[in-house]
Design a binder for this molecule. Structure first.
Ligand code: TYD
Length: 132
């Protein structure tokens, strides 16, 4: 499946920790957009879509949440709970976000500007697109 766990280099000392993310270096694409999700509700799942071209890296900066990834054949469930780990999600992966902890903060680095036309928000359509 087209996803990867990225372990970022942490510069840590008695003052705390620092992580630096750079386009085409620790991040395997040119970053065109950054967005954050916060104020989530453990009862309310998010995501439930795929992207035709978009690549993303998801980092859980605080708290934790689960990602369900699906390529039409297999499903993987991952928990993100630390800021020095990124979840790379390639194109044509259905994703669902669940089990948001209290004060969960998610940062997403994206390879393209926001474009609603590029989303597939229907699971049946997602499966159909994989065949073509
Ligand atoms: P949505 O796709 O439902 O969030 P998620 O699937 O990550 O839970 O997006 C919520 C709203 O935010 C929707 O109206 C689209 C808008 N939006 C933008 O305007 N720009 C963006 O970069 C993103 C990710 C969403």
């Amino acid at each position: 499946m087209n996803y990867k766990i990225l372990n970022f280099t942490v510069f840590g000392d008695v003052r705390g920790s620092l992580i630096s993310l750079e386009s085409n270096k620790s991040v395997p694409f040119e970053i065109k957009r950054v967005y954050c999700i916060y104020g989530t509700n453990p009862e309310q799942d998010r995501g439930k879509h795929s992207h035709k071209e978009l690549e993303q890296i998801v980092v859980c900066l605080n708290g934790s949440c689960s990602f369900v990834l699906d390529d039409g054949k297999k499903r993987a469930i991952l928990t993100l709970d630390r800021p020095d780990v990124g979840l790379y999600i390639g194109k044509n992966i259905w994703r669902e976000m669940k089990n948001f902890s209290e004060k969960c903060v998610i940062m997403v680095l994206a390879s393209e500007y926001y474009d609603e036309k590029e989303y597939i928000r229907d699971y049946g359509e997602f499966l159909k697109c994989l065949e073509s």
